[in-house]
Design a protein around this ligand. Structure first.
Ligand code: SIN
Length: 289
């Protein structure tokens, strides 16, 4: 159903999450009222999408600053001229893409990022879509018994096994060279509630992800594995997802506390170049706190 907001149209992509916003042009300027509506759409839908934005890196940065402080990713190659912008890039000859598995950005930080603003500069002729999954929907669909157990639990998250010195197989290092690096900086560990109260919506959301969650606090890795695997599979069930097909000039603004995402790697031989700005968040509280 199309919702007519005061200053633009909101076209939901799926019942669970995601909406395309029509009638916003960042380059022409966004007044405070339109920005407040955009922020509300972001809270309501978890991830919002804009099309046909023709913006410079400076305009991308200025737009990001309307949302909050910029949080520079330690491991992604930055745009040479604009260190606040991370490159998410795959060249025609490269094999691995960045963000291929379901995850939520920066959950290894004690204060995880609020979200990211990803802007498409170059896209493959077909493919390279991004999937998003609502972690409100994932939480809501759990049984009352599992909800009750998870609501008392915390989980440990880390960057070490994903971005650290030992994270990459020898065969991957050349492929990733110039895209991911700074392995010595992969020293972040954090403990977060398994079910968080979303800082903006107040809703309960599941907060574990296959990339960065290591184990439940107070449990061994072996004990944690079966339940974590169950939750990872549950968290991205088809009915909790939406899929975004990029065009050059498309933008996604997602909330890391309400969603997970993964980038499809189905465009061998083609280039995909995205500019990502990540935004500071707040410490996360348990839903039952
Ligand atoms: C990411 O995980 O931030 C990248 C998503 C994408 O490239 O679509």
């Amino acid at each position: 159903m199309i919702k007519l907001c005061c200053s633009f149209e909101v076209h939901p992509l799926s019942p669970a999450l995601g909406a395309e916003i029509r009638g916003v042009d960042i380059a022409s300027g966004i007044d405070d009222r339109q920005f407040a509506d955009l922020r509300q759409a972001y809270i309501d839908h978890g991830v919002i999408f804009l099309r046909d934005q023709d913006i410079t890196p400076e305009q991308h940065i200025a737009f990001a600053r309307r949302w909050g402080e910029i949080n520079v990713n330690r491991f992604f190659q930055a745009v040479a001229t604009h260190p606040l912008i991370a490159e998410v890039r795959k060249e025609p000859g490269q094999t691995r893409n960045i963000g291929a598995d379901w995850h939520t950005d920066h959950s290894y930080d004690q204060i995880p990022a609020m979200g990211s603003i990803l802007y498409a500069r170059e896209v493959p002729s077909v493919g390279g879509d991004t999937l998003f999954a609502s972690q409100y929907a994932a939480y809501d669909a759990l049984s009352d018994g599992l909800k009750a157990m998870l609501s008392t639990m915390h989980a440990e998250h880390s960057s070490r096994h994903v971005f650290g010195v030992d994270a990459f197989a020898a065969s991957e290092i050349e492929d990733l060279d110039g895209r991911l690096g700074n392995t010595a900086a992969a020293t972040q560990d954090a403990v977060h509630p398994v079910v968080i109260r979303h800082p903006l919506s107040g809703r309960s959301a599941l907060y574990v992800n296959g990339d960065f969650t290591v184990k439940f606090a107070g449990w061994t890795q072996a004990e944690s594995r079966p339940l974590l695997d169950y939750l990872y599979a549950h968290a991205c069930r088809n009915e909790f997802t939406c899929r975004f097909q990029w065009r050059r000039g498309s933008m996604a603004i997602w909330d890391n506390r309400a969603t997970q995402h993964c980038a499809l790697n189905d465009y061998p031989g083609e280039r995909r170049l995205m500019h990502r700005i990540t935004l500071d968040g707040v410490a996360l509280e348990a839903a039952m706190a």
